[in-house]
Structures are given as C-alpha cells and as structure tokens.
Design a binder for this molecule. Structure first.
Ligand code: GTP
Length: 602
C-alpha cells in the first residue's frame, strides 16, 4: 500500500468515556461488519472486559475508508488497554501509531487517567485529535470541555470533533479528521525487515497470534524470522489483519499493522516490545523501548476444597498461556494447604485473574493478603554470609536479627478530583504514609500529586478513593523505585498459634492500628468455642493488640444429666462433624469464610 494512504491511530480515553462505542461506530461506518454482527461491542472481546467495560488486551482493526477526497485509505485503529496496570502494553501500542483520538466525555471532562495517556501520546510525537463524546447527554458541556482540553492539556481544541457515539453523530467527521490530521507513516520497503511486536495472545486454533507494526521491510508467509530480544527463530506461516474479522493478506509492508503466526506455542516467547527481523540479512539494531514487565503485587491462591488443587494447577497454566505477565509457583501453607503464589502487574490484574479462575474454571478460591516485593539486606550470621533477598511472601520473612535494612517500592500517584472531596482525599493519602508533592487547581478541580508506598495502595486504596469521592476522583500511578522503610512482620495468633495466611508486612507506625483492626474483625468472624480464645497481633514476640472471644456458655453436654459417657462422646463427635469445613488452629476452628472476610476488609 502507498504509505500516504495509511493512517495508524489509537483512541485515548478515560474509562467509560466511550472509547469502545466509538470504535464500534467507526467499524460500522466503514463496513467492516454488518449491523447484526455489530450487536455486540466487538473490540472488547473477553467476557470480563465486557462486563466491567474495561479493555484488557489490545486489539487492532483495519478499516478501509473512502474519504471525501475520493481516495481509499487504510486506517489501522489500535485499541489500547485502559488501566494503569497495563501501562507498558499501552506504551507499545502508542509507539505503533502516528496519532490518537482523544475522547473526552462531554459531561465529565478531562480526568487523570486521560492526562497520563495524553502525555504518553505526546511523548510519542503523536498528532492528537480531540473528540468530545456524549454530546447527546443533557449534562453535556462541550464548550467547557474544549476549554479544559486547552487549559489542562494545552492542545488546540477549537476543531474538536463533537460526537455522540451512542446515537451515531459525528462519526464521518471523525474519519475525515483522522485522514486530514494524522500524518501517514514512513518506512522503506527495501531495507532489512524491522517490525515491532505490539501484542501477542493465544488462540486455540492458530497458536500464538502476534500483532506487529512493520517499520521497514516486508513480512510475508514463509519468511524465517528472529526475535531480537527473545533470541528465538520462527517460520512465519500466516500474515493477515482484522477487519475485525480475521483476513489473510499476502504481506504486511512498511507502516502497516497486522498479525502473523509462526507456530509458537507460548505467549512467553512473543514478548511485547521485541523486534522481529529476518534470519538472513536482518537488521542489526533492535527498536528502542523494549522492557520486560515485572509483576509487582503477589498473593497466594488456594483452593477452598483441597481436592481442587490439580484443577487449579491446570487452570492457572491455561490462563498463563495467554498472559505472560503474571507468574506463579507452587506454595504450601499450614492454614490453607497446597496452592500457588502468584505475581501480577497490579491489583486489577490480580482481580481479573482471580475472577477468571472462579468463573471460567469454576473454582472456589481463597486469596491471601496481597503483598508487594521487598528488598532485604541480611547481615552475616554464624552459618550464612551477608545477602540481599527479594521477599514476595510474608511467610518467608527472615530472622529479624539478621535484617540490616528493608526497602519497599514507592509510587507517584496523580489524583484528579472535584474540590469538595479534596480534604478527605488528602487525609486518605496522609493515613497511607503519603508525601504530598504538588497540589494545583484547574477549573474547579484539584490535581494532587503524592508519593506513596505501594504496600499502602495495594489493599483498598482505589476502592476507598472511589467511595470517598463518590466515584469522581481518578487515579493514576507510576512506580518510582525502592525506598528504605521501618517495616516489620505482623503475625496473627489464634489461641496462641500463628496463622500464616494472615501475616503481613507493615510499617511500624501503623502496625498497632492494623493489628487492632484485624483482631477486632476476627473476633466477630470466629465462632465461640467451649473455652476462651485469645486473638493477638504480634511483632516478633511482642503482642501489640489483643481481643478475646468469650467461651461458649451453652454446654452441649449439659443435657446429659450426669454420667452417660458414651452419649456425651457421641454428641461431641456430632459437633465435630459439623466443623468439617473449618481449619483447626491451636484447637480453634476457623471457618473458611473468616480468612477471606478478614483479608477483604484489611
Ligand atoms: P473502557 O473500555 O472501560 O475504557 O470504556 P470505554 O471508554 O470503551 O466506554 P464504552 O464505549 O464502553 O462506553 C461507556 C458507557 O458510555 C456505555 O454505557 C456506553 O453506552 C456509553 N456511551 C458511549 N458513548 C456515548 C454517547 O455518545 N452518549 C451517551 N449518552 N452514552 C454513551
């Protein structure tokens, strides 16, 4: 294809501002699908994405659009994930495009997530076309939103396209703006092949499908290619694009976006950001910007029913086929039996995997408290040399006497909120050991920048933020490295026995409050026994909080009037059976639900 007839663009939008709806309209308007096929949003193709309305895996469609100038253009629309956890995938998608549509809800205005993505897009030298969507809403204020785009982002919004993706208004105008404003790609057919691996996923029929953006050269069937970062070689056996239906093509040339398959079995071998070139006469230099993504949040996943362990192993293995960004390894816990320790890109990623296991694989799971990765310097002991370890699991916390220093990951968060919620949000950040970096006001809204320890955020920060701002505050973050912290392991003891699944790493200053909270919750969650049950939170040998569950008054054996021992025993046995679904701790039975509930509210 003539390079001047190609346009590659993505859509930047805050969650719910209408990205998918607009994409669907563009597909419909260019005839990619019939009306009946349009009945479902096509770009969001996983169930969970649909239900939560969140785009997880990037998908790209090729649209053929005959513009008002009479020429037919090849428009490659790249869908990007809309959540902070998937920031690296977003960055690679952006790198594959020359421009972006910035979709802003006419009633909501600019939000923090939008900003982060816009800045990324600007960094990629994109031409950005503002689109103000949902103009059909009674609360729509397109003029105000234009001003916001100019003031906050610094983009000229005078020619913003006004749309209602829902009612199909302004769609042709969007397509014309793409053709007129977004520059065509550049590239050279005769140079050695250089293609960026933008995304990859597992397809049960095709194996691993790889989305590519060709920079120079041509990709075609039968070519022997190598992945420069991964170091592997493959035979290309199919090239094509999505319209959104899968369509085979003779080749993918410079400036074009499409997919290839090459008999690859695991997505792990096709890492986002890698450079694909030919084995013979290939490029010598890889594309810039390759990064290996590392999980940052870890938790234990255990089957409620121990008999489901094998099923869990299989299911996790299957999910992993399609998502190389989460990791897992077998783990065993005294409390929860056999399970896995899994690592995720963030909390949303964790929730998605957990939900898919529950829903698609029909597994009942217990998730332990999420934890981040700590770096610990250990001093020399009599038997071991000095060492540095990375701690993923509080259960592996080393002997405190050997700990010289602990570093924890920090993030820089940008929160964008209407004024009235600012006070409560500042308090929330302060309670979570946040350090305020910046606070500015733009048009009746505040933009706050905080540095926060990641371990204070992984629990329920996002939920809290949403609830205190009634959903209006938006939140975006990036990791900024490790910092030393006064961190300790807090154990929870039930009837004097530690419950490993409940132990966590906390900052010394907040340990007492967290410990007290946990003991109070457990007190309500654990049923009474025939004896008093102490519940304690402790750091090392020192108890920092304590609650006691009073003994059960009603003695089941009281009915037995005196001495019939065998009858007494029968009754006790019967009572024991009723507890089968509980875990025993120092003679105390803890119902399965108590673990979950205690952690959930953590
Ligand atoms: P993510 O995939 O989560 O990023 O969301 P999104 O930006 O793709 O939003 P989506 O297209 O799913 O739209 C969110 C909601 O807004 C849906 O309920 C849409 O029906 C609605 N919506 C989209 N466009 C319009 C519009 O022009 N007008 C009105 N009134 N509603 C719209």
């Amino acid at each position: 294809t003539d390079l001047s007839l190609i346009r590659n663009f993505s859509i930047i939008a805050h969650i719910d501002h209408g990205k998918s709806t607009l994409a669907d309209r563009l597909i419909q308007a260019t005839g990619g699908l019939t009306d009946r096929e349009m009945s479902e949003q096509v770009l969001d193709n996983m169930d969970i994405e649909k239900e939560r309305g969140i785009t997880i895996k990037a998908q790209t469609v090729r649209l053929n659009y005959t513009a008002k100038d009479g020429k037919t253009y090849e428009l490659n629309l790249m869908d990007t994930p809309g959540h902070v956890d998937f920031a690296y995938e977003v960055s690679r998608s952006l790198a594959a495009c020359e421009g972006a549509l910035l979709v802003v809800d006419a009633a909501q205005g600019v939000e923090a997530q939008t900003l982060a993505n816009v800045y990324q897009s600007i960094e990629h030298d994109h031409e950005i076309v503002p689109v103000i969507n949902k103009i059909d809403l009674p609360a729509a204020e397109p003029e105000k939103v234009k001003l916001e785009i100019e003031e906050i982002i610094g983009l000229d919004a005078s020619e913003a396209v006004l749309t209602s993706a829902k009612s199909g208004i302004g769609i042709v105008e969007v397509l014309e703006a793409v053709v007129a404003k977004i520059p065509p790609p550049t590239g050279d057919r005769d140079r050695p092949l250089k293609a960026m691996l933008v995304d990859s996923w597992y397809d049960p029929y095709l194996g691993v499908v790889i989305l590519v953006r060709v920079i120079d050269g041509v990709l075609k069937k039968g070519l022997e290619v190598k992945f420069m970062q991964g170091g592997t070689q493959h035979l290309v056996d199919r090239v094509g694009c999505f319209t959104p239906k899968r369509t085979d093509l003779p080749d993918i040339g410079p400036g074009e976006i499409g997919f290839i398959t090459a008999q690859i079995k695991e997505v792990e071998q096709a890492r986002v950001g890698d450079t694909i070139t030919t084995v013979k006469n290939g490029a010598t230099e890889a594309l810039k910007g390759y990064k290996e993504v590392q999980p940052v949040v870890f938790c234990g996943l255990f089957p409620v029913d121990a008999a489901d362990f094998e099923k869990l192993r299989e299911s996790i293995g299957k999910l992993r086929l399609n998502d190389a960004s989460f990791t897992y390894e077998a783990e065993s816990s005294a409390a929860l039996g056999f399970g896995f320790r899994a690592g995720f890109l963030g909390l949303l990623h964790l929730e998605i995997i957990q939900e898919r296991l529950t829903r698609e694989y029909d597994l009942d799971l217990i998730t332990t408290a999420p934890s981040v990765v700590y770096r610990i310097q250990l001093s020399k002991s009599r038997t071991d040399p000095a060492a540095e370890i990375l701690l993923h699991n509080p259960a592996d916390y080393p002997d405190p006497n050997r700990i010289d220093r602990i570093d924890e990951p920090w993030i820089r968060a940008v929160i964008y909120t209407p004024d009235e919620y600012l006070g409560s949000i500042l308090k929330l950040c302060q309670d979570r050991r946040g350090v305020q970096i910046d606070l500015t006001y733009v048009g009746g809204r505040a933009q706050v920048t905080y540095e926060l320890p990641l371990n204070e955020v992984v629990f329920d920060f996002y939920d809290r933020l949403k609830s205190i701002s009634r959903g209006y505050a938006s939140f975006d973050y990036e990791q900024i490295g490790l910092r030393e912290g006064d961190l300790v392991k807090m154990s929870i003891l039930v009837n004097n026995e530690p419950v490993d699944a409940l132990s966590m790493i906390v900052h010394r200053d907040v340990a007492e409050a967290r410990g007290r909270g946990m003991c109070e919750r457990l007190k309500d969650l654990i049923p009474r026994h025939l004896f008093k049950v102490p519940i304690q939170a402790a750091i090392g040998g020192k108890v920092i909080a304590r609650e006691t569950i009073a003994a059960l008054r009603k003695d089941v054996t009281a009915k037995c009037y005196g001495g019939d021992i065998s009858r007494k025993k029968k009754l006790l046995d019967k009572q024991k059976k009723g507890k089968a679904k509980m875990r025993e701790y120092g003679n105390v039975s803890i119902p399965q639900e108590a673990f979950i509930a205690a952690l959930r509210m953590g």
